[in-house]
Design a protein around this ligand. Structure first.
Ligand code: SAH
Ligand code: SF4
Length: 377
């Protein structure tokens, strides 16, 4: 063990913490803004190239801090334009990040944890168990890597990423502080400058944290519902036993009530054959949500080995959607993108070694589309 204190990784400092950092070394606020721009807009990690910082300051920065980036171990491109990166995080675990280009937007699907503790019965991430929380640097590092892959080093990046969804591995509300800091960076004009409407956090329903979220940030909210009754939801999404549907719906309404604008929640509903996809269940869902401003995004189940569940036929999926539409809901079906590079929902791996055995094991499940508008099949 060396005696030198670990250097601070500036990649993981939120805008507020970057200001605190520069204040702590006797520098003004604008230095923090310059640094955010160098890192997140120009992709610069070498202090010597940050020419608007004085020589003495650059030396000081190099002594106590660094810009340490995630290591990209694999990158893949799909025929449909979807891109996927596997990044290795300290400790050997890996996360995958997926970029989905569409006509009028580009959506990045970002992970918040390695694995997940909540064990939803249809989710391969849940089956993998919980490994650890990602740090702020590891969360925003996924955005950084994707954003920088679209431009030449040193040039200001292009705005290819218009939307971020926290829908990769993990339950973002159980890594609250790090996820909130990372989302502040996504929305900061000196960093990624995304609109708050286009940054979406998806939760399986950690009710107290939903209230806390509404007190500190105003991103868009997606709620993983998947069942219209407590009995069924207790099985599919076990955290429902702690925070049942009525509480979850109330918390969703409270969150929307705190937003400064009129925004709808996205309700995610994974359709599983013979489990939650009947017309009676569509009707129960319509009743359940009648006082919640929302759009419903239907996700046909993506099978993985030994899940015990099946994807419904397209016909059943359409019928479920059409019933919701007949009840005046906006209901869309999420299309599968990037499945030729194992980037579709339920196809992401969680361990680097799996790269070499691509078809052997799919550990992670991830959402690929922007739930704000959803996709018609
Ligand atoms: N933990 C958060 C965010 C990550 S999971 C949450 O649960 O909301 C994001 C989405 O992945 C969830 O809505 C879940 O419906 C979906 N999902 C998980 N496994 C899936 C699978 N096998 N097929 C389709 N969607 C799946
Ligand atoms: Fe965790 Fe979300 Fe998967 Fe449930 S669906 S196990 S909360 S990642």
């Amino acid at each position: 063990m060396s005696d030198t204190p670990a250097k601070i990784n500036l990649l993981g400092l939120s805008p507020a913490k970057m200001e605190e950092f520069f204040a702590s070394i006797g520098e003004k606020k604008f230095r923090a803004h310059q640094m955010l721009k160098w890192i997140h807009q120009y992709g610069e990690s070498d202090f010597e190239k940050m020419t608007n910082m004085g020589k003495a300051l650059r030396a000081k920065l190099a002594e106590i801090s660094e810009v340490a980036l995630p290591e990209v171990v694999y990158e893949d491109f799909s025929k449909d334009g979807t891109r996927k990166w596997v990044m290795r995080m300290p400790g050997g675990s890996a996360v995958e990040t997926v970029y989905i280009p569409e006509k009028d937007r580009g959506t990045l699907c970002v992970s918040s944890q390695i694995g997940c503790a909540l064990d939803c019965s249809f989710c391969s991430t849940g089956k993998q168990g919980f490994n650890r929380d990602l740090t702020v640097a590891e969360i925003i590092g996924q955005v950084y890597v994707a954003a920088m892959s679209f431009h030449e080093p040193g040039e200001r990046r292009e705005r290819r990423i218009t939307n971020v969804v926290m829908m990769g591995m993990g339950e973002p509300l159980l890594n609250f502080d790090n996820v909130v800091d990372a989302m502040h960076l996504m929305m900061d004009d000196n960093a990624y400058g995304l609109s708050k409407r286009r940054v979406t956090l998806s939760t399986s329903g950690v009710v107290p944290m939903m209230d806390k979220l509404g007190d500190v940030i105003d991103v868009s909210l997606a709620v993983s519902l998947h069942a219209p009754t407590d009995d069924l939801r207790n099985v599919l999404v076990p955290i429902n036993k702690k925070y049942p549907l009525a509480e979850l719906i109330d918390a969703t309404n409270r969150y929307l009530g705190k937003l400064p604008d009129r925004r709808k929640a996205t309700i995610e509903y994974t359709l599983i054959d013979g489990v939650n996809d009947s017309i009676e269940q569509a009707e129960a869902l319509a009743q359940l949500l009648r006082n919640t401003p929302c759009k419903i995004n239907l996700i046909p189940f993506n099978p993985f080995p030994n899940s015990g569940y099946k994807r419904p036929s397209n016909n059943r999926v359409y019928k479920f959607r059409d019933h919701l539409i007949s009840r005046d809901y906006i209901a869309t079906i999420r299309s599968t993108r990037g499945d030729d590079i194992d980037a579709a929902c339920g196809q992401l791996v969680g361990k680097v070694e799996d790269r070499t055995r691509r078809s052997a094991r799919y550990i992670n499940a991830v959402q690929l589309d922007n739930p704000q508008e959803g996709n018609q099949v």
